[in-house]
Design a protein around this ligand. Sequence first.
Ligand SMILES: *Cc1c(COP(=O)(O)O)cnc(C)c1O
Length: 373
Amino acid sequence: MNMTNGPVLLTPGPLTTSARVKAAMQRDWGSRDPAFVRLGLRTFERVAQLAGAGPDHVCVPLQGSGTFAIEAMIGSLVAPHEKLLVLVNGAYGRRIVEIARRLARKVDTFEVPETGTHDVDDLARRLRGAEAPDVVAMVHCETTSGLLNPLESIATCVRNAGKRLLVDSMSGFGALPLDMAAMGIEAVAASSNKCLQGVPGVSFVVCSRDALEARAGAAPSLVLDLAGQARGFEVDGQWRFTPPTHVVAALAEALDELDEEGGPPARLARYRENCRILVEGFGELGMTPALDPALQAPVIVSFREPGEPWYAFEPFYAALEQRGFAIYAGKMRDVGTFRVGTIGAVDAAIMRAFVGEAAAVVTELKQKLKGGS
Ligand SMILES: *Cc1c(COP(=O)(O)O)cnc(C)c1O
């Protein structure tokens, strides 16, 4: 494995990016350079298209990682008097709850186990009556486990109840199908460094212009004020504060790559194949996913930790890293897991090489145990 750029990252992001995306960061752009301004506007227009935005949606980029976009979305679109219901089945759902609490929003949770999804009829009941929430927030792909939440049926349920829906679509954006105009979604938050295969440093909220304008000037934060940020772009195409120029240039290149690959369906197909090779290969090593295959998104797989004496996460991780692959610690609450990502500039050949190295590592660790060293 070529280690000049470090190990292949089989993680939830940042991910392995292509040489081409890294090369796009060689140029220093002035933030007010008209060519940079044009590049940015076009790039975020393309991001809006990937979200399935309609004419009344706008893409608002923000400096910072994905959580910055989530916090901006909640603070800018949920008013203090409104009730927010968060659908929770993992750590990222719980993070939305924490953000809402910090912002002193009225927040309620509908929590189900991390290995399951929310019953839509139950949700419909919770959205009826005088005490019902005004806004619902959910996570599209729960990266905690790798679970794909049923966005379309939840969106239909929320829309039928006449409520608004905010979506954390971070870990699947650019690969998983998303059509926010058709689904009637008010806002979607995502970032550059997951399925878009850019580098970390920029995130965005694609959201309804009306919702943004309805609460203009009311966000509790200056830097995370989506309406303020959007107004800056409308006035002169400029970022209000220093833009992550290299990151935007890398994202523009990454979007070209996405187009050349065949768009989100082709990317999803590649990730599916990565996931299939991984799950099959690890299955042969006696390691099984924590989720029902029907709920698994081809983004990241949580494997149950083998309950065998040869296994401990640290040495397993270190041996794989030495062989050129970085995996990720588990995050599920009730079951010991480790995670392996299937996204990024990673193809079937790399995934097969990884499975081969993992097999060698398992043999090595088992032998070490026998040798008593
Ligand atoms: C990655 C991710 C985020 C954002 O995390 P950051 O560390 O702030 O980039 C949010 N939600 C989900 C589901 C994610 O996978």
